[in-house]
Ligand binder design. Structure first.
Ligand code: SF4
Length: 381
């Protein structure tokens, strides 16, 4: 049977079962892949993902529908080669579903790596406004060494699919960024960089576009001044727009087959941010425009304690490695008070399954997040 015949056959079977078009397309691609036949265990995240997708489709809106392919996930899948889809679904299932199941795999679904904790902006909602972080003598400021980065990437390859370069600082400030991107090439299916785009040169644009990075996120919370400058203190909207526009033009002219998804993402911080205006303006240059909700990153250690008891999903979803190898569960804890773990003294898998993270999870599961600072002041669940 040819690949096309296999597609047709699996497509018609799925349609007979009343599965909607978006899933039909995705599932038929999966079924057409020989690799999918090698699912050997019903504990395999891919097996569970496929089962869940069937439930999601068979009983729309059912509470039993655990795993849903949301539009941005379908967009990511649409850009993958067929042989990559099973790997991607395994990752996506652990990312979306494991936190709800309170299940811990050998590695975190997502690892965030910080090429730089230094930033050239002082956005009003960001921890970069806290001098405990930015004062040099406190030791939090610096750039990741290229050898440490490569060592870390080599450990993650084959074990983790989602790696984001970004955290407390601006990643494009690290002069080794092109080498970092090149070293990641071909190793992950959900590699991402978050940047304020102020330092996005022509050379860097080519370095990014000639790699297989999957997503590039530009942080911007407004489409016009004076709001942009008021929120992104130290930023220059004209330069940022110029850089993003040039990136779009280079992508269109020189990399027509690029699989990269570009997104403008803003923090929803105050009422006068006009989402429609944002979408209309930035959609000229990027594939997606989105807002994330504000969390009191800028003053979390001094914020009022809240009464949240629900466990924080991030403890089952991701892990952060700072520029100096320090490891933490999140960037809300930007002064790294919740963990003393240090890479490469300990492996990522051993941290993820070790005492520090297990104790944090246990506290959260026992309704004791209020005993932890900054968890007691954080709104993430
Ligand atoms: S609840 Fe705690 S672990 Fe979770 S994001 Fe907030 S500070 Fe981090």
């Amino acid at each position: 049977m040819t690949l096309n015949q296999t597609y047709d056959k699996s497509n018609s079977i799925l349609q007979m079962h009343g599965l909607s078009h978006q899933y039909t397309e995705v599932l038929s691609r999966i079924l057409a892949i020989d690799y999918a036949k090698h699912i050997i265990s019903n504990n395999d995240p891919l097996y569970l993902a496929l089962e869940d997708l069937k439930v999601s489709q068979a009983i729309p809106n059912s509470k039993e529908s655990i795993f849903k392919l949301r539009p941005h996930v379908l967009e990511e899948i649409s850009r993958l080669f067929d042989y990559e889809i099973p790997r991607y679904l395994r990752y996506r299932y652990t990312y979306d579903v494991y936190p709800g199941m309170k299940r811990v795999g050998n590695y975190p679904p997502l690892v965030q790596i910080e090429p730089s904790s230094i930033c050239n902006y002082r956005c009003i909602f960001c921890y970069q406004t806290d001098e405990r972080l930015t004062t040099k003598k406190n030791g939090h400021m610096g750039f990741m060494d290229i050898n440490l980065f490569k060592n870390l990437i080599d450990q993650l390859e084959g074990n983790v699919e989602a790696v984001t370069l970004a955290s407390r600082g601006e990643p494009l400030m690290n002069k080794f960024l092109p080498e970092m991107i090149a070293h990641m090439d071909g190793k992950f299916l959900a590699a991402k960089i978050n940047t304020n785009a102020s330092l996005l040169t022509e050379v860097l644009s080519h370095a990014i576009l000639s790699s297989d990075l999957q997503t590039l996120v530009f942080s911007a919370d407004a489409a016009a001044d004076p709001l942009y400058s008021k929120l992104r203190v130290g930023g220059n909207l004209d330069r940022v727009v110029g850089n993003i526009k040039r990136f779009y033009e280079i992508k269109t002219a020189h990399y027509p087959n690029s699989r990269l998804i570009t997104r403008v993402s803003g923090v929803h911080f105050q009422e006068d941010q006009d989402m429609n205006e944002m979408v209309e303006f930035w959609s000229q240059y990027v594939d997606q425009v989105a807002f994330v909700d504000y969390n009191p990153w800028d003053n979390v250690y001094d914020a009022k304690e809240n009464s949240l008891l629900a466990p924080c999903s991030d403890l089952w979803r991701r892990l952060f490695v700072w520029w100096d190898g320090r490891i933490g569960p999140c960037d809300v804890d930007y002064l790294t008070t919740l963990s003393n773990e240090l890479y490469p003294d300990i492996s990522i898998s051993n941290v993820w399954n070790g005492d520090t993270f297990t104790n944090l999870r246990t506290k959260h599961l026992n309704n004791q997040r209020q005993d932890l600072n900054p968890c007691s002041r954080c709104v993430l669940v």
